[in-house]
Write a protein that binds this ligand. Structure first.
Ligand code: CTP
Ligand code: MG
Length: 234
């Protein structure tokens, strides 16, 4: 028994790198919003419930056009996000009271699968903290402010962190409470918070290269291509 498993799906960003009038999580992929596919994967997984974090004034749209229209049953709460991703995560965590484990997921990653989600639930129940990711294919170079390469990490040690990022609930909440209290504005990743402010280990779990984050305009075409390969039709 793992206790209650809650997914926190983040959809409160503005999508500035997408250069679109509407936030990228609501853009169409084969006729349905990006966020629909992310929520559907959790619907079909072993998570017990989903907390959806949206931007201000977006809840009615999500309720009518995504949740009700597609008969999604697991979204139990909708909460408003904050200025930065880590604020939105914190709002989601505060609404997840009673969970044993939380899976924090970018709503802009529509290609996540129920299989990866279920494996992540198993891994977090064994370890207390895991991040879905993939080995980096290119060599990563660290550069200084002038662009000069200052070091080259061994490629065998470099992984891309994707989501979901999964933690024991109390560990995630206390780590985020500490990070917010410290005013740390450098946070870009949940494992970073749990390691830095929860003093806990986090393991990497291999997911899939398809689990891209829709970030810039060409990612829409890539995501549609992956969906078509899975047999999704308009
Ligand atoms: N997100 C959020 N609240 C924020 C910022 C981001 O819930 N204040 C969510 C986004 O909706 C997205 C995920 O976090 O699902 C990953 O963030 P990112 O790709 O950076 O999305 P945006 O911040 O929307 O995009 P950009 O950085 O290009 O503005
Ligand atoms: Mg962002």
């Amino acid at each position: 028994m793992t206790g209650k498993v809650t997914a926190i799906v983040l959809a409160a960003g503005k999508g500035s790198r997408m250069n679109s009038d509407i936030p990228k999580q609501y853009l169409s992929l084969l006729g349905k919003p990006v966020l629909f596919y992310s929520l559907q994967a959790f619907e079909e997984s072993n998570v017990d419930e989903v907390i959806l974090v949206t931007g201000s004034g977006e809840q009615d749209y999500c309720k009518k056009e995504i949740i009700e229209k597609h008969h999604l049953k697991k979204v139990v709460h909708m909460v408003e996000g904050g200025a930065e991703r880590y604020h939105s995560v914190h709002h989601g965590l505060l609404a997840a009271e009673g969970a044993s484990y939380v899976l924090i997921h970018d709503g802009a990653r529509p290609l996540v699968t129920p299989e990866v989600i279920n494996r992540a639930i198993k891994t977090v129940s064994e370890t207390g903290g895991c991040v879905v990711g993939m080995p980096v294919k290119d060599t990563i170079q660290l550069v200084d402010e002038s662009g000069r390469i200052i070091s080259t990490p061994d490629r065998r040690s470099t992984w891309m962190a994707q989501t979901p990022q999964c933690f024991a609930y109390e560990l995630a909440l206390s780590s985020y409470n500490n990070a917010i209290a410290c005013g740390d504005s450098t946070i870009t990743d949940d494992a970073m918070v749990v390691r830095r402010y929860g003093n806990a280990g986090v393991v990497m779990m291999e997911g899939g290269y398809e689990n891209i984050k829709v970030t810039t305009p060409e990612d829409i075409a890539v995501a549609e291509c992956f969906l078509k390969m899975r047999g999704c039709i308009i």
